[in-house]
Design a protein around this ligand. Structure first.
Ligand code: NA7
Length: 545
């Protein structure tokens, strides 16, 4: 804060990634003036920071795109079925330029604190760079996987070689050629980067704590069948996506596993394996795969068979086979040559379940059994997901003087994943309690942003100044969240969906498990029933539904 007068706007947005950019566009069209505060020196969010080798989106490009403007869809053509990080970053830059959004973004500006003032009914937001912001509304568009998790391993400071985090990969200057490299972590970031690091490094040692299910991406041109569906009737395709369970328009399966013969199940599985599409394999095999442990085990066995076939050394193959969680309960990965990489002579796999890392030393990594000397350590250890980036603005102080971190001490509470009781005019895009990470983010982001901006415009038009979820509505949403999570298998795995990846973090399934289409209907019904569950106030009085 320079000590100058706060910048006055209708809406302050934090983040200029996929969500922040769309918000700026929508807010401007709705006649609300806004500023986006962005820590990086350019737009892109996730796609700005995650520059590690092999970084790609694992939702197909035809689905991972903005859909709000058919002209934009015409103006941009993706080069592949799955876009690389640089291509997605170019796309987001293209969108920022096309809609002239950069003039409303303050780059290299980290948000420090945010405080609600009851008297003026405004948020005051202090920043690391430039004046504070005073705004009527405050929207966190900070993403779900943007706050890297600390390594939680002793001795990191002692290491004399190079250290990289996949989520904070340097923009240039990384050269792994001829070096002994360690990768810690086998989530999506590890699984995408390991094959490319293995090609460059003299030797690669992968430190795996929990094996993950990974499927071949079969990247290349966008598949003709999916592209045909989109191009056949673009509006209908997009609408089906919005009403679907995942934000990708696949039909709902109604046949359960035990109604199919072994041969029929295998045929469906092989088709899904060949499709190279997470949403396909997660939703199109049989109806009980995501909700019943037996229906799920059939898929697990079929995938383990594939791993066994891909990896030549049976012991290594066994270590790579997930055996502790249902398929889909932990985020599965899409890979290019992942399992085959373990057939290379310069790659070694260390099973941390047998020999946990004791410490990082000056020269490498010490497990209970040995010291492995390396020149470079890559941490692909993940994120403080869903709540980490929101809580990083600390404190966010609401009406009661309480901070959001305190209110969330036992886990994130929200109404619709969009708002929090006690925090008037505060909104989250893809927050905990929304479908977010269980969906195609592009579709969820547009739905959330549309809903929020439409509400702000309606408030203004109706003469209200504040909007706040009631405690009762929030408790009802928590119950509904719990009910939905009991139907799926996500609760049966220790993952970043449940907070289990961060020591000491409150446990609970954070994303809404009820599906994108049903969630949209609920959000729309809240509006059609007169803002059910919200209290609105303004100079002409209050309304509570
Ligand atoms: P993930 O999926 O959280 O993966 C992190 C990996 O790092 C996972 O294998 C972890 O093992 C491992 N890990 C984390 N901490 C440690 C320590 N201290 N020691 C050893 N191993 C550790 O993060 P990603 O960045 O790969 O992917 C995040 C999402 O981005 C992904 O799901 C997609 O949605 C896109 P664990 O499983 O916890 O035993």
């Amino acid at each position: 804060d320079t000590g100058g007068k706060p910048q006055q706007v209708d809406v302050a947005v934090v983040g200029a990634g996929f969500a922040g950019l769309y918000l700026l566009h929508r807010l401007r069209k709705a006649g609300l003036n806004a500023v986006a505060l962005e820590e990086a020196d350019d737009v892109g969010g996730t796609w700005y920071w995650n520059r590690y080798p092999g970084a790609r989106c694992d939702i197909q490009t035809i689905d991972y795109s903005y859909t709000f403007d058919p002209e934009l869809e015409k103006a941009w053509t993706w080069s592949e079925k799955y876009a690389t990080q640089p291509e997605i970053l170019r796309y987001l830059g293209f969108v920022a330029d096309r809609y002239d959004l950069r003039r409303d973004i303050r780059f290299k500006t980290k948000v420090k604190e945010a405080t609600w003032d009851d008297a003026s009914e405004r948020w005051l937001i202090t920043t690391s760079n430039g004046p504070a912001v005073s705004s009527r509304h405050y929207i966190m568009a900070t993403g779900c996987l943007s706050a890297p998790k600390p390594p939680e391993i002793e001795g990191v400071g002692d290491f004399r070689g190079e250290i990289y985090f996949t989520g904070r990969w340097p923009h240039e200057g990384v050269n792994l050629a001829g070096k002994r490299v360690a990768v810690i972590g086998t989530g999506s970031s590890g699984i995408q980067s390991i094959p490319l690091i293995a090609e460059q490094a003299a030797h690669l040692t992968v430190f795996q704590r929990t094996p993950n299910f990974a499927l071949p991406a079969h990247n290349g041109p966008a598949p003709a069948d999916r592209l045909g569906l989109l191009q056949g009737d673009r509006a209908a395709y997009r609408e089906q996506a919005r009403q679907s369970m995942t934000g990708v328009p696949y039909p709902q399966q109604t046949v359960v596993s035990w109604q199919l013969s072994d041969a029929e199940r295998r045929e469906r599985f092989e088709r899904a394996w060949a499709a190279g599409d997470l949403v396909h394999i997660l939703t199109q095999l049989w109806a009980d795969q995501g909700v019943d442990v037996d229906g799920n085990k059939i898929v697990q066995d079929l995938i383990r068979e594939k791993i066994r076939a891909a990896v030549k050394d049976p012991e290594t193959a066994a270590v790579l086979m997930p055996d502790d969680h249902p398929f889909g309960a932990k985020r599965p990965c899409l890979d290019t040559n992942y399992y085959a990489t373990y057939n290379r002579p310069n790659v070694t796999l260390v099973n941390l379940r047998q020999e946990p890392i004791k410490a990082i030393t000056a020269s490498g990594i010490a497990t209970g059994k040995r010291n492995i000397d390396v020149d470079v350590i890559v941490f692909a250890t993940g994120f403080d997901a869903m709540t980490g980036a929101i809580k990083a603005v600390h404190p966010i102080t609401g009406r009661s003087g309480k901070s959001l971190s305190d209110v969330w001490a036992h886990g994130p509470e929200s109404y619709l994943g969009l708002t929090v009781a006690g925090f008037p005019n505060f909104f989250m895009i893809t927050g905990p309690g929304s479908p977010s990470v269980l969906s195609n983010m592009a579709v969820s982001i547009e739905q959330h942003a549309d809903w929020v901006v439409d509400r702000l415009a309606a408030l203004r038009d109706q003469g209200f100044t504040t909007m706040e979820a009631t405690d009762k509505a929030q408790a009802g949403w928590a119950q509904h969240m719990a009910d939905c999570s009991m139907v799926t298998l996500h609760r049966l795995a220790n993952t970043w969906y449940t907070g289990a990846n961060v020591p000491g973090k409150a446990q609970g399934v954070m994303p809404y498990c009820g599906g994108v289409g049903p969630y949209r209907s609920i959000c729309d019904e809240v509006v059609s029933r007169g803002m059910l569950g919200f209290k609105l106030t303004g100079p002409n009085g209050a309304a509570q539904c």
